[in-house]
Write a protein of this length. Sequence first.
Length: 215
Amino acid sequence: MTKKKTAKPIAKHRAKPAAATKKKAVGRGGMKAKVATAGRAGGSGKGGKGGKGVGKGTAKGKKPVVRPVREVQLDVPALRPGEERERRESLASAKAAVAAALDKKAVEPVLIDVCGLSSYADFIVVVSGRSDRQVDAIADGVCEALSARGRRPIGREGARNGRWVLIDFGDVVVHVFYHPLREVFDIESLWIDAPRVKLQIPAEARADAAPGRDT
């Protein structure tokens, strides 16, 4: 007689709660998983605030291209031999005008070198007279002195008014002022950056010297 096998009752296995499973996973490699996740989020630039920050930082972190700056050198042409000779002749004429003015008892002569700075002259002479008669006498003396050197004025303005006479010789321009009026117009300040030619001025040609007899 065959014995009937009695089926053993199948034990029901309890399913572990999800919370316990997650806790176990975190316990084994939780820290590593967190670090790996954060790293991936940061590198992609899409995950959270941290990811965006890394993404933007990478874009801005590119080094700007530095291009070399070219140095521009302005070549100032030197005077040619002919131009240098003309300049010396102009300077000699200007000094002759100063000497002629001093012969007529002019005061405070100034010789300004405007070569290369002015388009109408190379030298400007400024002198003063102590009276209207002396202003006219100085202007006449300058014209006579330069006429002896073969130079004639191409223009003369303010003649016989005794206040301000302008004599234009082309490359040399001479201003003869009644001294108080010279301080008003102050021609020298218009050429403050231009060099002055050194002159030997006698003591009696200073404005603060005692006035002598007009010529």
